[in-house]
Design a protein around this ligand. Structure first.
Ligand SMILES: C[S@@+](CC[C@H](N)C(=O)[O-])C[C@H]1O[C@@H](n2cnc3c(N)ncnc32)[C@H](O)[C@@H]1O
Length: 235
């Protein structure tokens, strides 16, 4: 059966079709409301506004695929929000390969005590991030820097570096641990491959003086699918 929005050969990727106005963006389900309240509190409407941007210009400009619209809350925003539980008060967080602000913008919305630097090499992604940061009123706490992580060594001294869907741990470690010159931590969002990725990264973790390497699941009790992270301390 052909469903609304589908052509005879399956879903149509059609800018007009996917340009969801922010006010029509997906809302969290009943089951997700507790997590939204827990992670965003009185900033829940701002988080909803961010979802509106993802679902409209974020899709139109190719930062996310249109198939993500129905799972923007579960798979993207709440998955990232759980990382807030791993970040100390008042930290300077560098989010590497921020893309559409995942997890960087989500963390800024969840935790008003954080300072964020979103490091992203692609110009049109940075442009979108700048516009969204301004629209959400986050400019005093969120900097968007157009760069590759390796260009930021010596330019940034983060307390926490986050990364989601950027690269495998053994290549992520040399990109991220040098961005912490004192003590701090890499918090990398990973899936089921986390343990295997750690195994493959052992040597490079030692080379970059990482320690206390562990896999944790965050958001249990709030999220249907908790978030798996690899944490690596430095300093
Ligand atoms: C698959 S996207 C993930 C985006 C976002 N973190 C997410 O979870 O949706 C990977 C992002 O990493 C960025 N990237 C790739 N190599 C990078 C590097 N060396 N330093 C910083 N960002 C990088 C890409 O431009 C892209 O935006």
């Amino acid at each position: 059966m052909q469903r609304p929005g589908e052509g005879p050969e399956g879903p149509r990727i059609d800018a007009a079709l996917v340009a969801v106005p922010p006010e029509e963006a997906p809302r969290p389900t009943e089951a997700e409301l507790g997590a939204v309240e827990h992670y965003f509190g009185d900033r829940a409407e701002l988080a909803q506004r961010y979802v509106g941007h993802l679902a409209s210009s974020g899709i139109e400009r190719g930062l996310l695929g249109p198939r993500e619209i129905p799972r923007l809350w579960s798979r993207h925003v709440l998955n990232c929000a759980a990382v807030a539980d791993a970040i100390p008060q008042g930290a300077l967080v560098a989010d590497i390969g921020s893309g559409a602000g995942l997890p960087g913008i989500v963390l800024a919305l969840s935790r008003p005590d954080l300072m964020m630097v979103l490091v992203e090499p692609l110009e049109r992604r940075c442009q979108w991030l700048d516009e969204v940061v301004e629209d959400l009123g986050l400019e005093s706490r969120v900097d968007v820097v157009r760069a590759r992580a390796e260009q930021m060594v010596g330019q940034i001294d983060a307390d926490v570096v986050t990364a989601r869907a950027v690269t495998a741990l053994r290549t992520l470690v040399p990109l991220t641990l040098p961005l912490i010159s004192g003590t701090g931590e890499l918090v990398a969002l990973k899936g089921r491959s986390a343990e295997l990725e750690i195994e493959k990264a052992q040597k490079i973790i030692r080379k970059y003086k990482g320690h206390d390497v562990r896999v944790e699941t965050l958001g249990e009790g709030f999220l249907e699918e908790p978030t798996t992270v690899v944490r690596i301390a430095v300093g």
